[in-house]
Every structure is written in structure tokens, then in C-alpha cells.
Design a binder for this molecule. Sequence first.
Ligand code: DGL
Length: 273
Amino acid sequence: MRSFYFCSYMNDPRPIGIFDSGVGGTSIWQEIHQLLPLEKTIYLSDSANAPYGIKTQEEIIGLSIKNTERLLKMDCKLIVVACNTATTNAIKVLRSAYDIPFIGIEPAIKPAALKSANKAIGILATRGTLTSELFAQTSEIYTKDIHVIEVEGNGLVELIEGGKKDAAETKDLLQKLLAPMIRAKIDYLVLGCSHYPYLIPSLYEILPREVEIIDSGEAVAKQAKAVLFNNNLLNTDKSGSKIPEFYSNINPQVLSQIIQAEKNGYKVAKMDF
Ligand code: DGL
């Protein structure tokens, strides 16, 4: 009887909920899906309200609550805020308002600062992230002796949401945004927005060869696994449908393309939320 109780307790088939201002957080979803293949995942792309990065903190909190409420209606056991802007502006409020665990994503300033031989790092993120209190606190702790070049990636989210991640227009904008970082001889570039991993091929074309790119996706997936384990929320059951579900509140064509939904057999649909 006791071991039966233990087994059923260990297996929680409810889905992991993930949200972002748009399609970018699928870069985090990829890491989670890879590390936790037995987990069912539900992804919300709030593309109707993208970009979050130029909104006020109050607006970002409101949108984060809306997304959370939708995922809770779908019975999610853990929520991953796959958006740096929403994490740095709203996760504190979410954690105090809801009784389930939240995992967030923040720019990986610490590893970049610790590894930088040139003592110069670049951070590409949204205005919302770069001006947040949480970002200022982390930056203050780890970059005392480091030259940090912070650049707002204005326009990048819109281009990615428009299906133009590999377009010449996007590469031109990246050239301009990266110029001050290249001049400052950075050796690490921190991607502080979950949309930006989709720009990595273009970034490597533009950056000098010695510059390394750091993003936080893998760390977020590991953290999600640890939190599920510590709270006895892991799904250990190999049976049952694990087909990932993706919902967008606009036409989901770009979302479908970016995750190659047709080829991979993922469910993608439009939903109002
Ligand atoms: N993916 C979001 C992030 O990580 C993009 C923010 C935006 O919509 O501006 O910050």
C-alpha cells in the first residue's frame, strides 16, 4: 500500500505551461522538451501583444497574469515564464499571487562576466529587461570590474514575429546594434531575450570569431527539472499523449514554421486569451 502511494505520488501527468510575448520562448521550450521528454507541454504565444519590451511594468504584469490564468485553466502544474522581459518585471508578483512554482529566464550575466578574459561583455535585451530592478541587481553583483555594453534590441522581436529571422533587413539591423559591442572588443555576448537564439546563425556571421554567445535556455530547462523533482511533480509515466500543444492569439503560421510543427507532429492552433 505504501509503495503504491509513493508511485502514484511521484507521477504527475499534468502539463508544464510555458508562455512568452510571442514565438521566441519556443527556444526555451526546445530545451525543456529535450531534457524532459516525458512531460506534456503547453505553450502560449501572446503574439497579439508583442513586443512586451517597450511596455510599462504595469502592462507586463497584467499580461503575465492573463497568460498564467489561461495556463492554470489548462491544469498546468508548473509555469515557465519563457520571456526575460516578463520574468524581470513580473515574476515576483506571479510568485506571490499563485500557489504553483514558476521558473523564469534572466540574461546570463554571471557566466559571461566570470569567463570574460577581455573584461568586456555585451548584453542584447529589450528595454523592459535592461531597465528592470532585477536586472540592475544582478548586474551590480557580477559586473563590478567588467565593461558592460548594454544594447536594446529594438525592432528584432517584430522582425522575428514577422517570420523574418533570416532576412537581410534583420542582418542589417543586427550589424548596427552590434557595432558598439564589437568596437568595445567584447568576448562574450549575452542574449537577454528568448527570441534572440533564433538569430544565432546571423550573429555568428557578424561577430568577430573570438566572441562567444551565451543564452539561458539550457539552464532554465535544468532548473525546471530540479523544481519538478523537488516538488514531486515529475511525470514518470511513459504512456499517455505527450504531443506538445502550441497556442497563439494571432494566425499561428510563424509559430508553426519556427517549431516545424507539421514535420514534428505538434499541435498548433489559434486561441483567444
Ligand atoms: N521573448 C521576450 C523576452 O525574452 C521578448 C520581449 C518582447 O516581446 O519584447 O524578453
